[in-house]
Ligand binder design. Structure first.
Ligand code: FES
Length: 157
């Protein structure tokens, strides 16, 4: 079944989804992070819409829960607080500005690096919010910061 939006409503939680919290609590907090099913997930509410993604930035593991949300090239992005990488909320694409040096004056344009951050599906059931992992088998850059190896490094630091 094709989902047109990562947020959907239904009468029971999808199989293998993870409970995050009550919708009103998430809306009030604006951002919630939770370790569910072995993954640190960020769920955020922006302009009334819920989004979920891996919590640590695909670049070097920055805390996306502390990032600002801004629009670039007509797309809502979270901006990583560490090195200001921009990640689209809907797809997890990394956006960057490219400059065409042969244009006069050189004009920056927005480009996509492709999907870099794993974004997950959010489902609401009776105002309870669940996340279903995006189980794409393709490795996505942010996966590295979800591994035991990475967590072990963090705990030693
Ligand atoms: Fe997020 Fe570098 S860790 S931009």
């Amino acid at each position: 079944e094709e989902q047109t939006s990562p947020t959907s409503s239904s009468s029971s939680p999808p199989p293998s989804s993870h409970f995050i919290g009550r919708k009103e609590d998430i809306v009030q907090a604006k951002r919630v992070t939770k370790l569910v099913g072995g993954r640190d997930v960020l769920v955020l509410c922006h302009q009334g819409k819920l989004h979920a993604m891996d919590m640590r930035c695909y670049h070097t593991g920055g805390p996306l829960q502390e990032g600002d949300i801004e629009e670039f090239d007509g797309r809502m992005c979270i901006v990583c607080p560490w090195h200001k990488y921009k990640i689209t909320l809907e797809e997890g694409e990394g956006l960057y500005q490219a400059v065409n040096p042969s244009a006069t004056p050189p004009k920056p344009t927005w480009r996509s690096k492709g999907v870099k951050q794993r974004v997950h599906q959010v489902t609401e059931v009776n105002r309870d919010v669940y996340v279903t992992f995006n189980d794409s088998l393709d490795t996505i850059d942010s996966d590295f910061y979800q591994t035991e190896r990475y967590r072990a490094t963090m705990n030693k630091a």
